[in-house]
Design a protein around this ligand. Sequence first.
Ligand SMILES: *[C@@H]1O[C@H](CO)[C@@H](O)[C@H](O)[C@H]1NC(C)=O
Length: 318
Amino acid sequence: MRASIALFLLYGRLVLASRGDISTPYQECTSVCRRVHSCPSSFSHQRWTSGDCFWCKYDCMWNAVAVFSSQGLPIPQFHGKWPFYSTFWAQEPASAIFSLLNLLTVNEMRRRVQRLGEGNEERTEYSVMRRVWIGYTIVGIVTWVCSTWFHCTDHLWSERADYFTAFAFVLYANYAALLFTFPSLRRGWRSSGISTVCLLFYLRHVSNMSSHFDYGWNMALCIGCSVCTLLTYLVYLFRRWRRFGSLSSLRRSDRMLLLVLTWTVAAVSMELHDFVPFFFSVDAHALFHAATIPLPLFTAHFLELNHRESGFEYAKIV
Ligand SMILES: *[C@@H]1O[C@H](CO)[C@@H](O)[C@H](O)[C@H]1NC(C)=O
């Protein structure tokens, strides 16, 4: 982020040096914001993320973009972010809308999972996994509500809510994958053990990040958990493959799981791109949110297929 601000200042200097002016238009403009709206001197202060200071800085950004374009210079980043069209209801409208759509599909998954195994509640093997998946969709719903909130208004609380619920969702996915792949973990003390370990791990992370937030560390943990989830399902698929003898004889549910895993990896890789947002509205992060919209539906389909195919097998394994 600092590098891009430095680069921006350098560009500005070059532009204006040719006109005999040493200050940059963006700096000059935001210092007017400071005078008019008494905005704080440091841009990392919360007051810059919403209200008068946000919109004043927003106008300065587009003024600077206009200056850059008129000089034929590339579009700069501002404080580590590409310029973005904001509306009165959302600072990042595309990401907010895609988060809402994710909320709808994960709620649809909740509905479908709740129907699964209805009438089989007396069989604990069913009801444990059913409860785990319902829990997963509820964590997902909270996550997407917070994500929508964060993309509408960026401030300290919405940001923390977004990051902490996203981590909960990723960790819960790992927990569900373990219980799904290793049915023996669903029984008795093992099940309470693994739930407690996950909960303590989560609380420790949240309390650590609340005292000093570290984006890199948070991201590293999210990626680490996701890789564990992926590996767990690969173990599951490997066992299925060994059992059925060949890839072609894998059941429909297994192929659906492969689709879910491949789609997830492809969606996450969207985040790795960095480009000037399309129409200054759809950036890499918005594309990532768009790509994950169908995932809960695929996952629900996978669980339904799996439930149909192996209904009788739970009894044998447990
Ligand atoms: C707390 O976060 C820091 C990174 O900011 C990390 O290095 C450290 O290991 C974390 N501690 C715990 C107990 O998770």
